[in-house]
Design a protein around this ligand. Structure first.
Ligand code: 6R9
Length: 651
């Protein structure tokens, strides 16, 4: 809360008068959502169409050992019908998806709701023919092309559970996820063009499928049409099958609590967790937050720059916007290709009204200079949003002034894969904004700041501690796929009776919330979650590495960078070549997003006498903050610390 962030920006008169939610309405609705959650969510659930109405609103228990989360449980619906069919009468010809390819010369595509219906049905029929039935799992490993959305909605249509694996993940990571959810089919593409390069998705899938059950089939979309290896017994050509596939497919009746998707995300320990989201509660929450946070109105053009491989792409490219009958833009490329004006050119070309991106992209573009923005006509923009990590006030100010010309509210949305949708954000017509603050809870969300040591709630303002949530909300994850005990332990055991977010949080003197970052061993690299344990286990899998400890350190563009301390096997010599080899090794094991930024050779790691690595000290060294190392007297060999400081990489 530096000087740069002390200024507040109240809603414009126009927003205050015309937004879906004004300041008075927020107060009234928030109070109602807390005083009578049953009544509140019973009303809000009417935003979607139910095949069978629900009678009971919620059945929740946060008690360790018996955690259960059920919303609208005896209701039935189909998510795909909610995102497509119910709009056809009124919006059949309206554009549902604007697709902007990596290469601007290739030309954009506009897909109407009717076309979305037909293409989704084709994909659904193809999946059915491959033997996919209600409850089966389908892994989607795709570029940012409309077929990725068709595949998601096709799964929802036939009741299959999708699990999207980000196209930047390695074959090994893909195999682990295919096996983790026992998928029947992997939907992929030949190549994924991005930033003028092409990731060989099909070749990656081939390597992954070599590690999976032989019965897993592979449905391949031709994106570039370039040659790929083919196994007739396993691979199916989507483009050939789609020609003959029927353009109608009845949506299957699903219970509100039937899983809609699984999405793997990093935790502080062990392998990534398969976060499970429901059909009914998730859709209600995604639709409501999309409409209110972004103040979406009929006819607006809305663009979220995320990838469908992350939760932001699920809730705010596909499910939320399409449930609302919106026009949602899907972008295949990167912010700096062909040059650093690409985002702004796309905004100008498609007259984007709401634009939603990550702080890491804002910082990278800010560093390229204002002229890339100023040469584009951004007069269509009404609102800007950010997500994924805390935004520093300098980046916030640049976004607000240079991109938004001081006229667009900036919604800094705090949420998680686990929460399904926005949990805290200023609402554009209701709240003053403070650069870097997530400000206010969304309806029904009860944030609590707890003392990390005692677990007691810190009441009154200001407050500084860890962030928990007191009551359930419809978008909450339901379990970890195949491991409900791990779900309970991860989220409900540290602070009993509450959902623990893993984030630190401050509440300022005005009662506004500021997220201060993860308090566990999860780091946030360019808005992507990474468990330090995952990078460590990749490093120690290399035969020259004896031991590794990984921490985050402040990075100007990425927010946090990956700092690795590596102890080599005896007899191995450190060298620049080995550094490169280890970097490539980790990229291969996990994917490019896990690429170590700095590798320091550590003859010894600071350990307690019981052999526990003292990460607190390693973090301080990586942060260049070793004036305050704190108590090192419990270390088995305090001299390793001096050695590490003397040889630190981040100078
Ligand atoms: C949606 C998403 C979740 C973690 C979360 C927190 C960080 C996300 C933030 C933010 C500060 C924001 N985070 N949004 N921190 N301000 N507006 O990013 O999900 O990938 O699961 O990451 O990201 O640390 O706990 P996910």
């Amino acid at each position: 809360m530096s000087d740069a962030s002390s200024k507040t920006y109240p809603p414009s008169a126009d927003m205050a008068a015309n937004a879906h939610v004004s300041a008075e309405k927020y107060e009234e609705m928030y109070a109602a959502s807390i005083a009578d959650p049953e009544g509140f969510w019973r009303r809000e659930a009417q935003r979607i169409d139910w095949i069978k109405p629900f009678s009971e609103v919620k059945d929740i228990d946060f008690t360790l050992g018996q955690v259960k989360i059920n919303w609208f449980a005896d209701g039935a619906l189909n998510v795909s019908a909610n995102c497509i069919d119910r709009h056809l009468d009124k919006r059949g010809d309206q554009t549902a998806i604007i697709w902007e390819p990596d290469n601007p010369d290739e030309g954009a595509r506009h897909i109407s709701y009717r076309e979305l219906h037909d293409e989704t049905c084709r994909m659904a029929n193809i999946l059915r023919d491959l033997g996919v039935a209600k409850g089966d799992r389908v892994v989607i490993y795709m570029p940012m092309i409309p077929e990725a959305a068709y595949a998601m909605l096709a799964c929802a249509r036939i009741g299959a559970i999708h699990s999207i694996v980000f196209a930047g993940f390695s074959p090994d990571a893909l195999a682990a996820r295919v096996n983790g959810c026992e998928a029947k089919v992997v939907v992929t593409a030949d190549f994924a063009p991005r930033g003028g390069k092409a990731t060989p998705l099909k070749a990656n899938a081939d390597k992954a499928l070599a590690q999976c059950d032989a019965s897993v089939q592979c449905l391949v979309v031709r994106r570039t049409g370039d040659d790929v290896a083919w196994d007739d017994s396993r691979d199916r050509d989507y483009n050939v099958l789609a020609k003959d596939a029927a353009t109608s497919c009845d949506p299957v009746t699903m219970n509100a609590e039937d899983p809609l998707f699984i999405l793997y995300t990093s935790g502080s320990t062990g392998q990534p967790k398969g976060v499970v989201h429901s059909s009914g509660g998730y859709l209600v929450y995604a639709a409501m937050t999309h409409e209110i946070t972004f103040d979406y109105h009929d006819g607006d053009i809305y663009w979220c720059t995320a990838d469908v491989g992350w939760v932001t792409g699920h809730s705010y490219i596909v499910y939320g916007p399409l449930a609302n009958g919106a026009t949602t833009l899907m972008f295949e490329g990167v912010p700096t290709y062909p040059d650093a004006s690409r985002f702004w050119q796309v905004c100008e070309k498609h007259k984007v009204n709401q634009f939603y991106t990550a702080p890491t992209a804002i910082r990278a573009l800010m560093g390229q200079g204002d002229h890339f923005v100023e040469t584009c006509d951004l007069s269509s923009l009404k609102l800007l949003g950010t997500v994924g990590e805390p935004i520093n006030p300098e980046a916030w100010n640049w976004y607000h002034e240079v991109v938004g010309k001081g006229n667009c509210p900036v919604v800094d949305t705090w949420w998680q894969t686990e929460t399904g949708g926005h949990m805290m954000t200023p609402l554009p017509g209701a709240h003053a904004m403070k650069p870097g603050a997530a400000m206010k809870p969304f309806f029904g969300v009860q944030p609590l700041v707890l003392d990390p040591t005692s677990g007691a709630e810190i009441e009154g303002n200001p407050a500084d501690g860890v962030l928990c949530i007191g009551e359930s909300w419809p978008g909450q994850m339901r379990t970890i796929w195949g491991d409900h005990a791990r779900f309970e332990k991860t989220y409900f055991s540290d602070y009993e009776g509450y959902y623990f977010t893993g984030d630190g949080c401050k509440r300022d003197g005005d009662g506004d919330y500021w997220i201060t970052g993860r308090v566990d061993d999860v780091i946030n690299v360019s808005g992507h979650r990474m468990g330090t344990a995952e990078v460590e286990s990749a490093l120690v899998a290399h035969d020259k590495v004896a031991e590794a400890a990984v921490v985050g350190y402040p990075h100007d563009i990425k927010g946090q960078g990956i700092y690795c301390y590596v102890t080599l096997m005896s007899g191995e010599e450190p060298s620049e070549e080995l550094r490169k080899e280890l970097r490539d090794w980790v990229r291969n094991e996990i994917g490019p997003i896990a690429s170590p930024d700095l590798i320091q050779w550590a003859p010894g790691l600071p350990k307690t006498r019981s052999g526990k690595i003292m990460r607190r000290i390693l973090r301080k060294i990586a942060e260049d903050d070793y004036g305050t190392l704190g108590d090192t007297s419990t270390l088995a060999d305090p001299s390793v610390v001096d050695d590490l400081i003397g040889n630190r990489m981040n100078k």
